[in-house]
Design a protein around this ligand. Structure first.
Ligand SMILES: [Zn+2]
Length: 345
């Protein structure tokens, strides 16, 4: 069965975990927010949520026979092959599901970035490139479970590519570049390995998820999961209306994003809050602003208000605080306090 057609647990049927759902929706709405880091216990449905989100998004148009699923509507982002073929005649396109690519632990760099066949290049004079996971993730999501256990050089590489939107592979004087725009989703359990501050800072949003402690929620989680496992099509049909409504809000939110205005006083509040918390550089402010704007767009507002800012502040800033970033409960409380002190109750 094709991966896009596998039955996926409906996003709307996920019980609770509102911070995570909101962060994922914001990142899907505006990919420039820069990915989401989901920290928490095992078995809290992190990977279910990301798959559910991708399945919820409307299919996208992609150029037929392109190994990078180039966007027919954005010729600036095309790979070299699409550019060459376009000069010879019109390109065909088709609808494809938004890709979710898993990055397994222990993966080789060649498998991630793609492999250049030097032997063929030397013997036949052709540039033979076998695309890797980054090619498959173009325009979709790249999911790394247990990002804290991934080798440092791979993490650095992924973060650089995610920021530039382009994968450049160079071997022995040969080089290939192709578009690789994706939303990086990392998940991890902080108890199982350190996350370097440099890594934390490069994720746009960070959320902390916990196993539900309310009895009724736990029961509901089990109930829905069991119902899904027993009859997937029926369960998906049951939640279709809610998923459809959510999809429409995301699509409308994306359209609204370009016209969304941010009043100066909201920008001032953004800067004030970041100054108060002592976050380094502009990244924190930009991310906070973008996340607030995505939230406002998603909710159908015409302008960003301070209330939007307050609601995304924790996700946008908690992983950028200077002290122990793994002390999540502490950092969340610290941000709440900073909001009160810098912006008032
Ligand atoms: Zn292409």
């Amino acid at each position: 069965m094709k991966p896009g057609l596998r039955p996926v647990f409906p996003f709307s049927a996920i019980v609770g975990q509102d911070d995570m759902k909101l962060a994922l929706v914001c990142a899907a709405l505006d990919p420039t927010i820069g990915g989401v880091l989901v920290l928490g216990d095992r078995g809290t449905g992190k990977s279910t949520a990301i798959r559910a989100l991708a399945a919820l998004l409307p299919p996208m148009r992609a150029i037929v026979d392109c190994r990078y699923s180039c966007d027919p509507g954005d010729s600036d982002s095309w790979c070299a092959e699409c550019r060459d073929r376009a000069s010879l005649g019109a390109l065909k396109d088709r609808a494809i599901a938004v890709p979710v690519v898993d990055m397994p632990l222990g993966v080789t760099e060649d498998r991630v970035v793609g492999a250049l066949d030097l032997e063929r290049a030397l013997s036949q004079g052709v540039k033979a490139f076998e695309p890797g996971l980054l090619a498959r993730a173009n325009r979709g999501f790249l999911y790394i479970d247990e990002v804290n256990l991934l080798e440092d050089h791979l993490v650095d590489l992924l973060i650089d590519v995610a920021a530039s939107g382009e994968n450049l592979v160079e071997r022995e004087g040969l080089s290939v570049r192709h578009p690789a725009r994706f939303v990086l989703i990392g998940s991890g359990n902080p108890e199982e390995g350190e996350l370097r501050p440099q890594l934390l800072d490069r994720f746009g949003l960070s959320v902390d998820i916990k196993t539900p402690t309310v009895l009724a929620d736990r029961v509901e989680v089990i109930k829905r999961r069991d119902e899904f496992e027993r009859d997937k099509p029926a369960f998906i049909a049951k939640w279709k209306k809610e998923d459809d409504a959510l999809r429409r809000r995301i699509v409308a939110g994306r359209k609204r994003l370009a016209e969304m205005s941010i009043p100066d006083e909201v920008l001032e509040s953004t800067a004030k809050l970041c100054m108060h918390l002592g976050t380094d550089g502009l990244r924190a402010e930009l991310t906070l602003m973008r996340a607030a704007r995505a939230l406002a767009s998603f909710e159908g507002s015409t302008a960003v208000a301070e209330t939007h800012l307050r609601r995304v502040a924790s996700s946008a800033l908690r992983h950028r605080l200077r002290r122990d970033p793994l002390d999540e409960s502490g950092s969340g409380a610290r941000i709440e306090r900073a909001i009160q002190e810098a912006l008032g109750p």
